[in-house]
Design a protein around this ligand. Structure first.
Ligand code: KG4
Ligand code: ZN
Length: 346
């Protein structure tokens, strides 16, 4: 069968990205522009600034990505864009661009759920990964445990009732004066500290449902800092260990309650954390499961994962009409019951 190529577009948060990916799992070209510098003075992503930056950068970026691959739009088989969840201004820039390209070329449009992009990206990286698998999705905006059963088929086993894990890393890093986004800096500082020095809570540890809560942990970090009793490195190490204890406890609970799975998978920006990866790898080994973590560039927000989700949908015979809506909220598992405080984040 002829190889199919999909153009993927991502603009739901603070990265503008375009990629060309084939169904043979080849990333022909990809470009990504982070807006960290634009948002740093505010200590977080400012939606209006993000949307404007996407509007300026996206079209030339798509042109450049096609040029990198030596392709024209006519040679692309479909156009896939993130249609939510995310910051709605940015999502609309990407989705409307995709609609215009689909209309001009007559190619199918595929409206991709950003979370599905993250959830399926491990299959782009690893051809051996078969459904179903257990996925921990952890980033600045996402914190979920998902059973991935197939394209569009997810069971959300756990979610956060307050902050996402990356958000807790960023807020704790801010308390320690580490700048934004502080997750990587906090991990580096933790290497110099002693994780047993600062007593910190393990919110929801041992509870029945595999949900998360990190707001209390973040407040405890603030109190520890204000007490003046501990070094920043000890606070960082103790915070990271508390977060890992929570993650592993919740993943154990999820594994106990779910049927057979083919692998334990992690995705999202926090998957960059080596201590977290190590703890998950041990957990997977305890359950005789392969542990799969896509390369970092596929873990953080990117357009290759959107193109890949588009390819999986295309192979499934799916595409979307030109009037498909952009959605600020779009749960992967609509059946999952609402959890107190959850859903504030994408
Ligand atoms: O996936 P991502 O690039 O963007 C979204 O939030 O969707 O994830 C970024 C998040 C930030 O909160 C960042 O601090 C966190 O991932 N992060 C880390 C590390 N690297 C990135 N957190 C802990 N340790 C790291 N090494
Ligand atoms: Zn994301």
């Amino acid at each position: 069968m002829k190889t199919r190529t999909v153009l993927g577009i991502e603009s739901s948060c603070d990265e503008t990205a375009a990629a060309l990916v084939t169904d043979g799992r080849v990333i022909l070209a990809q470009r990504i522009a982070s807006q960290d510098d634009a948002h740093r003075p505010y200590g977080g992503v400012v939606p209006e600034i993000a949307a404007r930056a996407h509007a300026e950068r996206l079209a030339p970026m798509i042109e450049a990505t096609l040029a990198d691959a030596g392709m024209t739009l006519d040679e692309v088989d479909a156009i896939a864009a993130t249609a939510g969840p995310g910051l709605i201004g940015g999502v609309m820039v990407g989705l409307v661009t995709a609609k215009a390209l689909a209309m001009a070329t007559g190619k199918p449009l595929i409206a991709v759920n950003h979370l599905e992009g993250h959830a399926l990206s491990p299959r782009l990286a690893d051809a051996s990964l078969e459904y179903p698998y257990l996925l921990l999705l952890v980033s600045g905006g996402h914190c979920q445990i998902l059973l991935v059963e197939g394209v569009g088929r997810f069971r959300r086993l756990g979610t956060t009732i307050d902050d996402a894990l990356g958000e807790a890393f960023d807020k704790s890093a801010k308390v320690l004066g580490l700048g934004y986004p502080g997750g990587p800096a906090l991990e580096r500082l933790a290497l110099e500290g002693d994780a047993r020095k600062v007593p910190l809570p393990r919110p929801l540890k041992g509870s029945q449902e595999p949900h998360f809560s990190f707001a209390g942990l973040k407040s405890a970090v603030l109190r520890a800092k204000q007490s003046g009793e501990y070094t920043d490195a000890d606070i960082a190490a103790s915070f990271q260990q508390a977060a890992i204890d929570c993650l592993i406890d919740r993943m154990r609970r999820a594994l106990a309650g779910v049927g057979p799975v083919n692998a334990l998978v992690v995705a999202g920006g926090v998957a960059a954390n080596k201590s977290i990866r190590g703890a998950l790898e041990t957990l997977a080994a305890d359950h005789s499961l392969p542990f799969i973590a896509p390369p970092l560039a596929l873990c953080t927000d990117n357009a290759a994962m959107i193109a890949w989700a588009g390819l999986e949908r295309l192979a499934d015979g799916q595409s979307d009409p030109l009037d498909v809506a952009a959605r600020p909220r779009w749960p992967l598992d609509p059946e999952a019951e609402a959890v107190r405080g959850a859903g504030v984040k994408a």
